[in-house]
Write a protein that binds this ligand. Structure first.
Ligand code: SAH
Length: 218
């Protein structure tokens, strides 16, 4: 069960969470502000009300997780998102990362391959506040060719390789942040699409995500 009440206690716990993420090296104030604004406990079972503000990942059903706040902040900071940019997210999951991007004013297109998670988000009252957030049920390896090209792409599941369709859907100068690797750990990469269609690659820290899987799940 979920409850949707945001108290002073929750806000206080959120402030501590933001402080701890800052201490771990996140400097983008717009990212930290978004985390301060969003009631993360709305995205989890009410039994996890307090643990929602620990800097940890949690199960959200269907064998999936809500990413650790630090990881969300890290990827969002690398994405350098600006208001009104078109951002494609692969792996809606709990929709917490999608909310952070929406709160920052991006035009967010988020895809989830698990039907049940997609349906849950469709009726999640908090998300109604983000008219700039669109949810899709589909296979993230395909992206959303009819809605692209995108300024930014963020992949929030462990990609076995860089999906070529997603690179194609980036605007020239566009960036993709993606954890790549098939084992227990993945390397965070940032790709930038050049004007001539080529791609440059920057390497960042190691993380551990649930796998990015092919096809849709009913
Ligand atoms: N961004 C999420 C993280 C969820 S975990 C959050 O903030 O909570 C990763 C999610 O990616 C899972 O929900 C999983 O079902 C989804 N996923 C895995 N492979 C996918 C694919 N090919 N297309 C779309 N979603 C995918």
């Amino acid at each position: 069960m979920r409850t949707f009440e945001d108290t002073y206690r929750h806000k206080g716990l959120r402030r501590q969470l933001v402080d701890s993420i800052r201490q771990k090296g996140i400097t983008d104030e717009r990212v930290l502000d978004a985390i301060q604004q969003i009631p993360r406990h709305f995205f989890m079972d009410s039994a996890l009300d307090k643990t929602a503000y620990e800097d940890r990942a949690f199960p959200i059903g269907e064998g999936q997780t809500i990413s650790q706040p630090y990881t969300v902040a890290y990827q969002t900071q690398l994405l350098e998102v600006k208001p009104f940019e078109k951002v494609l997210e692969i792996g809606t999951g709990s929709a917490y990362q999608a909310s952070v991007l929406s709160e920052m004013g991006a035009l967010v297109y988020s895809i989830e391959r698990q039907k049940k998670l997609f349906e849950t988000n469709k009726t999640f009252p908090y998300l109604k506040k983000y008219r700039n957030l669109k949810l899709f049920y589909g296979d993230g390896f395909e992206g959303l060719p009819t809605y692209g090209p995108f300024d930014k792409v963020i992949v929030t599941a462990a990609a076995p390789f860089i999906p070529p369709r997603l690179v194609e859907q980036l605007k020239p100068g566009g960036k993709m942040v993606i954890p790549v690797g098939e084992g227990q750990v993945q390397r965070m990469l940032r790709l930038t699409r050049q004007e001539d269609g080529g791609v440059t690659e920057e390497l960042f820290d190691n993380f551990s995500f649930v796998p990015m899987l092919e096809g849709k799940n009913h």
